[in-house]
Design a protein around this ligand. Structure first.
Ligand code: CP
Ligand code: NVA
Length: 330
């Protein structure tokens, strides 16, 4: 059946079929070729989008902006605390206004319910640029990067190390289930995805011939992995006072050279970024001073190794976000 995503919102990958996700990945590859050959592709000339960020961003914001510019669109950026939304005007009212001005709206914020409400009320496509629960545009870039390295997705093994119940851990489990990748969440029992989401993903994975595994044992979790993925230990929006406990819980799950050795010999390392792999950030320095930890979720020598594909992955954010905007607005 031909795939048509015109007019659809992109709120979470559970809303999309495997074929629809495949279609977005194929489109992303086309856009990457156009970008790399500097072939103009102003297919959405004259349309306008708003990108609303209640949390900070580098990659997602820039991907939406550059993607929109390349497609010939105009962009309004609304940063954290810079509009009436939330304080003086409800999400519902704000989105009904934005829907009159813009052809599409990106939203990065807190609960998934907010972006779902926006999708229901906007009257134009709404794209989830990260919530506390999910980060769906990130996933397209991640699986695109895996496919670029292995030439396939089905049957590969992907292991997420660390805070497996965060937005990235949850979303990797969903995209893996949808695309037939064997997914392992490797982390402490306290930080595993919710049982209900695990069960949903297990059913989807079974339909696509793959498995979902939860383990607190790094040896078991990383054995034979084709991609090892990690993310920061404390996500945006979480209070600073969780650092002490997180460091205690997660030190064992830092991706080191020894961890990479347990994986497949061709294994790659992925990270959504930003990453605390050294002390070249103010938070990194602060943590080093308070806890004596100079590398957090990933060791610097892994981050900087040839196995690390994190900057290809970051670049792919732009190609995949462009594909999402084009598919839903064309
Ligand atoms: N990976 C990601 O979403 O990065 P930003 O927070 O910089 O957008
Ligand atoms: N889990 C991280 C992802 C950042 C892209 C966060 O929510 O802060």
């Amino acid at each position: 059946m031909p795939v048509n995503l015109q007019g659809r919102s992109f709120l979470k990958l559970l809303d999309f079929t495997s074929d629809e996700i495949r279609y977005l990945l194929d489109l992303s590859k086309e856009f990457k070729k156009l970008k790399l050959t500097r072939t103009p592709h102003r297919y959405l000339e004259g349309k306008n989008i708003a990108i609303v960020f209640e949390k900070t961003s580098t990659r997602t914001r820039c991907s939406f902006e550059v993607g929109a510019f390349d497609l010939g669109m105009n962009v309004t950026y609304i940063g954290p605390g810079s509009s009436q939304m939330g304080a003086k005007e409800s999400i519902e009212d704000t989105v009904r206004v934005l829907g009159r001005f813009y052809d599409g709206i990106e939203y990065r914020g807190f609960s998934q319910d907010i972006v779902e409400e926006m999708g229901a009320k906007a009257g134009v496509p709404v794209w989830n640029g990260l919530t506390d629960d999910f980060h769906p545009t990130q996933m397209l870039a991640d699986v695109m990067t895996i496919e670029e390295n292995f030439g396939k997705l089905k049957g590969l093994n992907l292991t997420f190390m660390g805070d497996a119940r965060n937005n990235v851990g949850n979303s990797l489990m969903v995209v893996s289930a949808k695309l037939g990748i064997n997914f392992t969440a490797c982390g402490p029992k306290e930080l595993m995805p919710k049982e209900e989401l695990v069960e949903t993903c297990r059913k989807i994975a079974a339909e696509n011939g793959s498995t979902i595994t939860l383990t607190d044992d790094p040896k078991k979790g990383c054995k034979g992995a084709h991609a090892i993925y990690t993310d920061i230990w404390v996500s945006m929006g979480e209070p600073d006072n969780v650092w002490t406990e997180r460091i205690k819980l997660l030190e064992k799950y830092r991706v080191t050279k020894d961890i990479m050795k347990m994986a497949d010999e061709k294994a790659i390392f992925l990270h959504c970024l930003p990453s605390f792999h050294d002390t070249n950030t103010t938070i990194g320095q602060d943590i080093a001073k308070k806890f004596g930890v100079t590398e957090m979720e990933v060791a610097d020598d892994v981050f900087e190794s040839p196995q690390s594909k994190v900057f290809d992955e970051a670049e792919n954010r732009m190609h995949t976000i462009k594909a999402v905007m084009y598919a839903t607005l064309k």
